[in-house]
Ligand binder design. Sequence first.
Ligand SMILES: Cc1cc2nc3c(=O)[nH]c(=O)nc-3n(C[C@H](O)[C@H](O)[C@H](O)COP(=O)(O)OP(=O)(O)OC[C@H]3O[C@@H](n4cnc5c(N)ncnc54)[C@H](O)[C@@H]3O)c2cc1C
Length: 254
Amino acid sequence: MAKLPIRDLNVVRSEQVTPNMQRITLGGTELHNFPKNHEGAWIALLFPQAGDTKVHKPRLLQAKSKQPRRRYYTIKNFNEETKELTIDMVLHGGLLHTGVASNWARKCRKGDNIVIAGPHLRKANKPAQMIDKDAAWFFLIGDMTALPAVICNIKLLPQNAKGYVIIEICNESDKQELQCPNGIEIHWLINPHPSQRNHNLANKVKSLPWLTGIPSIWSACEQSTMYQLRYYFNEDRNVNLKENYIVSYWKIGQ
Ligand SMILES: Cc1cc2nc3c(=O)[nH]c(=O)nc-3n(C[C@H](O)[C@H](O)[C@H](O)COP(=O)(O)OP(=O)(O)OC[C@H]3O[C@@H](n4cnc5c(N)ncnc54)[C@H](O)[C@@H]3O)c2cc1C
């Protein structure tokens, strides 16, 4: 984290995308050298420790009590012309909730300050691990936190792509329009209680017919569901986990 560029930004706009998803657009002079083509990679929003009023910028060997609280978000868009950075943030947990990032997304207003770190670069300076466009077919799986990244991946699919997009959302009205090739089946699952352990997403994935050839799998969700999916793909379908992206974006109770 200490090596990631740190930028002091301001909120330019906050718009409701769907009832549980807020789109926050950030701007500021420190975005002048933000790299292009990093949609799908993550940045960290840095929040002060409880009781602190400002973010102490991360440094090596910094005392834990001084380190900012970090929350990770997917770059949905960076507009090179206007130098504006957009992220979509799930509003989880209701008004009395403790999630510092979700609360901030709910309340932030134009002009509010926010410090970010990133974008994160993977090996060989690749911004993010995305689907393998040359695969025989595709699985794109996620809960609402992964929806921004799933949309970035959908944009990479070839026109003749076959496979599935499976997204768990909190509410019927959290569906977003997805521009998928005709051969991709879209499945929305409604789960108003994402913070209760369940098997819905994994069971849906398991119920879908396995197609011919080796798929490219991209999946991000809550940790216990991630384990269910890894087990299914690895044990039941003999998928090489190292060549696919099956990760957790958050953990119930943490
Ligand atoms: C690489 C990466 C990219 C991500 N991209 C996005 C993104 O683009 N958009 C996005 O919204 N999220 C994204 N996330 C997930 C986001 O970072 C987490 O949901 C984060 O925990 C939210 O922080 P918070 O401060 O609101 O809640 P925290 O303080 O982390 O958690 C407080 C409580 O809320 C619960 N909680 C956290 N997230 C959720 C949730 N989604 N639903 C229900 N309960 C929850 C926790 O279990 C805990 O009990 C991403 C995560 C990673 C690792």
